[in-house]
Design a binder for this molecule. Structure first.
Ligand code: GAL
Ligand code: MG
Length: 981
């Protein structure tokens, strides 16, 4: 088929599309508008005829006339890769095609779509596409209608003069790539097709084209209209009508304000002769004062998450039910803010955000990360190539405008984001200035503004907030240390910095920078982390340190977890595929599996951890009182929550962001649980919002002295020391310095254990671990003696040394075996020099049985820096239940702070809390296998008793594990008691 190659043409972004406008849904009258009947919408979703081609050359000319010979059927909306066409590809920053802007490969796959629709009226007909990836051509009844791109924004065509009464043919040709794909290099599976709703709006000849509603907190509604007909307005609150008339300025006495905690909405009807538009609006005002973000004059905290449209079955196509499930889950987990990373969401999704109460950062459909990914390029050298190039100015501006204009009436949108990771330069500066001019009621954000091309001094004056991703908490401390004096400076690309990123710290009074730049830099902007706590795999660890700072610094107003869901492809039979599983190049493996929920939305322990970190209250205990902090910005604590303190119901009347003390019940441990006081859209009354376990006295009881009578028979043969008692037989192996038999309790010799299956957060440190051969440790015993009195005492000096390497661990152990079979182990360990942090240190037992009892942090997996969602208690569970089925297998299921653990026939205890895991998988198996469905169970229960594990951290894409959680001691004592049952 012959067509104009608009997909290679930067000067043709759209043909015959309507001017951008706010999203709305017209109805025939107010009753239908009230019921949301949408009777002027002709839905075109459904089964369409479809044919996939690898190149336009193969598309027959008469396709546009509706010839569907040999075509298949496809659901619209959908992504064709999820329907068996083309193939999946996951790439993060690297472009999936040669970097040759604005051109895309000659062989540019395309999908030909054909459907029919009926028409029987004389209304004007506006054909709407809410999302098509990446660009498309439209024909009605064989006539060319137009062309559009920008995947995640609406394209609207007036097709009135092409439609006839009766049957009509609609043909759409969608290309996989276009020049716009250079601006859509978001970290995601790359999918194509008509992935959002398609419909026709039947509208009277004269109608409202667009409108912009602005409210303030004094109750004023200002409506700016673009209409060729008269409009009157009806305003209702939840109880009924409060205004009707035709004034474009309406004032509501004592308005109920909107915020994420009380998302109160009014309904405005825009009424014309033959059409009514319903608009839900809230009164709220967002502003900055002295570096602090205020909503309705109250400082707020955004505890957010980044969300992609992503589903393992439907891909980018998200139904209202799916979206609402996400939003409900978020609210259930105390999340109050959302960044639409990295493109506009479906327009109706933003309405749900108004209703549920989210502060939204609405992001434009822009990411240009691939410019940093080719040979010789890098984030510090070539990032910003398109941001600076005037050929791309219109395209960038177009994307920013489409985002802002479509969602400008959404109450939930507080911040406009120019996009993600596109570098910086004049094109963004212009776009930013346009936003400020168009909408003075919201804030602006663009994280990539820190990248500065050589020869250009960034103008960031139109950006209201300072934003970074994954900065560690020390960086944040520095940001707030000396505001206005020591500032975070953007440096020219090509120059490094002590932080490895683009910038450096500058002391303004000492710096030689020009006056203008200094002035600009001295403005202290509110700070946010548009991405933090990278939630890949087992993690994130160390969330608390960030949230502490969120509440410590007034200017730190928000942080958004990366990211909401794991992206993967459901292959049936509980099998999920990720990057590389489709044989694609380039691919970025499981880097897309980095969400707080599994692809099917089961919460990860990371989400439970985040929920606790951002719960709307905090409680601390001092002598006999507890200080209750209300972390709601607007709500009285006792308006939202009731508590149970050691099971007894209590209410705490603490004002928003206030603190108040209350008497604390006695006891070493006090459990305070918070419950929702009334039903909400996302949870019933009585839903547990969070808890605080107050450990008032944390002295761990000493192990009891063992008094056991009985006799031993001890014999030595070769490497074995055999100890027989009344009811046990143990064999100690002098070559390993450990037991090879503990009656029938172990099925294999007990091992010294240092390796853990690398978590995704270990992906960097893992290289050091492997280079240090931590997975190849061997025990060498220098000396081993024993003595028999009323106990048997074995003294053993051994080392752990892998092949190739020198000594890693020097271990001196005293083993005391009592006549009743109890074994006490006391090891003094010295760690070799110049070694990477240690994954874990302890013993590994292969034992039997499914039931496990422990006293430690549970019921979920817990680690030194990841145990907010767990509490200290005795738990009865099973080996199978303690396993966390990460899609890419890795260390999981450990329990921190353990005092004792008991499997069917072994009990281990200590007066120094330790960690343990009991799983059906060895760490070797978890290390080796790429997917959870490949894992083979071990015949035994693998019980690991760890003196310690290295913290979990967030280094999959974030700072190193925080110092206090690193396992980097040079010497330590490890003491446990082993009882065989
Ligand atoms: C950020 C980026 C996200 C995602 C994340 C890593 O740099 O903005 O889109 O790629 O890293 O998962
Ligand atoms: Mg990126």
């Amino acid at each position: 088929m012959q067509i104009e190659k608009y997909y290679n043409d930067l000067n043709t972004l759209h043909i015959n599309t309507e001017e951008n406008r706010a999203y709305y849904m017209p109805c025939s009258d107010i009753e239908n508008a009230r019921k949301e009947t949408n009777d002027r919408k002709q839905d075109l979703n459904g089964e369409w005829n479809f044919m996939y081609y690898t190149c336009i050359d193969d598309v027959p000319e008469d396709f546009k006339d509706g010839n569907t010979d040999g075509f298949d059927k496809i659901p619209v909306p959908s992504c064709w890769q999820t329907q068996g066409y083309d193939r999946h590809q996951y790439t993060n920053t690297r472009y999936p095609f040669p970097y040759n802007p604005p051109y895309v490969p000659y062989d540019n796959p395309c999908g030909a779509y054909v459907t029919h629709f009926e028409s029987d009226n004389d209304y004007r007909k506006y054909l709407n596409f809410e999302g098509v990836d990446s660009c498309f051509y439209v024909w009605v009844n064989g006539e060319f209608v137009g062309y559009s791109q920008v995947s995640h924004s609406t394209s609207e065509f007036d097709i009135t003069d092409k439609v006839k009464n009766g049957d009509n043919i609609l043909c759409v040709l969608v290309f996989k790539w276009c020049d716009g794909s250079y601006l859509e290099d978001q970290d995601k599976f790359r999918m194509s097709g008509i992935f959002r709703d398609v419909y026709i709006l039947n509208r009277p000849q004269k109608h409202i084209r667009d409108y912009k509603i602005e409210t303030d907190i004094q109750g004023k509604i200002n409506i700016e209209l673009d209409s060729d007909t008269d409009v009157s307005f009806v305003l209702e609150n939840e109880k009924g009508e409060i205004y009707s008339g035709d004034s474009k300025t309406i004032t509501v006495e004592k308005p109920i304000l909107w915020n994420a905690e009380y998302p109160y909405l009014y309904t405005l009807y825009l009424v014309t002769e033959d059409e009514v538009i319903r608009e839900k609006i809230g009164f709220r005002e967002i502003k900055i004062d002295d570096g602090i973000v205020f909503l309705n004059n109250k400082p707020i905290k955004m505890k957010g998450v980044n969300r992609h449209d992503s589903d393992p079955v439907t891909g980018y196509t998200i139904s209202r039910e799916q979206a609402e499930k996400d939003l409900k889950l978020m609210k259930q987990h105390n999340i109050n803010a959302l960044r639409t990373s990295h493109y506009p969401n479906a327009p109706w999704l933003m309405q749900l955000c108004d209703e549920y109460g989210f502060y939204v950062i609405a992001e434009s459909d822009i990411e240009i990360h691939g410019t940093a990914s080719f040979f010789g390029g890098s984030q510090a050298v070539t990032f910003g190539l398109l941001a600076q190039n005037s050929d791309w100015e219109n395209a960038i501006l177009d994307r920013v405008q489409r985002n802002v204009i479509r969602d400008k009436n959404r109450t939930s949108v507080c911040i406009w984001s120019l996009g993600n990771e596109g570098g910086y330069g004049v094109n963004f500066e212009k776009a930013g200035r346009w936003v400020k001019e168009y909408d003075s009621t919201r804030l602006t954000h663009y994280e990539s503004s820190m990248w500065q091309m050589e020869g250009h001094i960034n103008d960031t004056s139109m950006l209201d907030v300072e934003s970074t991703m994954y900065a560690d908490y020390k960086w944040i401390d520095k940001y707030f240390e000396n505001p206005g004096e020591v500032v975070w400076h953007r440096v020219s690309l090509g120059k490094g910095s002590e932080y490895g990123g683009a910038g450096e710290w500058i002391n303004l009074s000492e710096s030689k920078l020009g006056k203008k730049e200094k002035e600009q830099m001295a403005v202290v902007k509110p700070y946010m982390q548009c991405e933090f706590i990278h939630a890949m795999g087992n993690g994130p660890g160390g969330i608390k340190e960030y949230i502490d700072r969120l509440y410590r610094y007034d200017g730190f107003f928000g942080a958004f977890a990366w990211e909401w869901c794991d992206h993967a492809i459901d292959m049936g039979d509980s099998k999920y595929f990720y990057g590389g599983d489709f044989g694609e190049y380039p691919n970025d493996g499981n880097f897309c599996v980095d969400g707080l929920v599994y692809p099917d939305r089961r919460p990860h322990t990371g989400l439970l951890e985040y929920k606790q970190a951002i719960k709307p209250f905090a409680i601390k205990s001092y002598s006999n009182i507890m200080v209750v902090e209300n972390r709601y910005d607007f709500a009285e604590l006792d308006d939202k929550l009731y508590f149970e303190v050691n099971g007894e119901r209590m209410e705490f009347d603490v004002p928003p962001r206030g603190k108040k003390s209350f008497p604390r019940p006695n006891g070493d441990v006090v459990m305070v649980k918070a419950y929702q006081k009334s039903d909400t859209l996302w949870a019933k009354k009585g839903y547990e919002v969070g808890f605080e376990q107050l450990i008032v006295n944390d002295t761990v009881p000493k192990l009891e002295t063992v008094n056991a009578d009985g006799s031993f028979e001890v014999s030595e043969q070769g490497r074995n020391i055999t100890i027989k008692g009344n009811n046990f037989e143990y064999i100690f192996d002098k070559s390993t310095g450990n037991f090879k038999k503990l009656s029938d309790a172990v099925t294999r010799p007990v091992e010294w254990n240092m390796w853990r299956a690398p978590t995704d957060n270990d992906r960097n440190i893992m290289r050091d671990w492997i280079n240090a051969d931590y997975h190849r440790e061997q025990s060498y015993v220098y000396d081993c003696t024993y003595d028999v009195t009323d106990t048997v005492t074995i003294k053993c000096h051994n080392a752990l040394i892998p092949v190739v390497q020198r000594k890693h661990m020097d271990i001196e152990t005293v083993w005391t075996i009592y006549a009743n079979g109890i074994v006490d182990m006391q090891s003094s360990v010295k760690v070799g020099e110049n070694l990477p942090v240690i994954p874990r240190f302890g013993l590994r037992f292969f034992t039997k049985g499914e039931n496990v009892k422990y006293y430690g942090y549970g019921p979920y997996e817990s680690y030194s820096d990841k145990h907010l969602c767990t509490y200290l208690d005795e738990f009865n569970t099973t080996v199978s239940d303690m396993y966390e089925p990460y899609i890419k297998p890795q260390e999981n299921g450990s329990h921190f702070g353990t005092r004792y653990v008991e499997t069917e026939n072994i009990r281990v205890s200590s007066d120094t809390p330790f960690s343990f895991s009991a799983l059906h998988y060895t760490q070797e198996e978890l290390t080796e296998k790429k997917h959870n469905f490949e894992l083979e169970k071990c015949d035994d229960t693998v019980l690991c008793i760890d003196y310690k594990q290295n913290g979990i951290g967030q280094n999959s894409c974030g700072p190193l594990t925080q110092e206090e959680y690193r396992f980097d001691e040079s010497e330590f004592e490890f003491k446990i008691r082993i009882e065989i049952k």
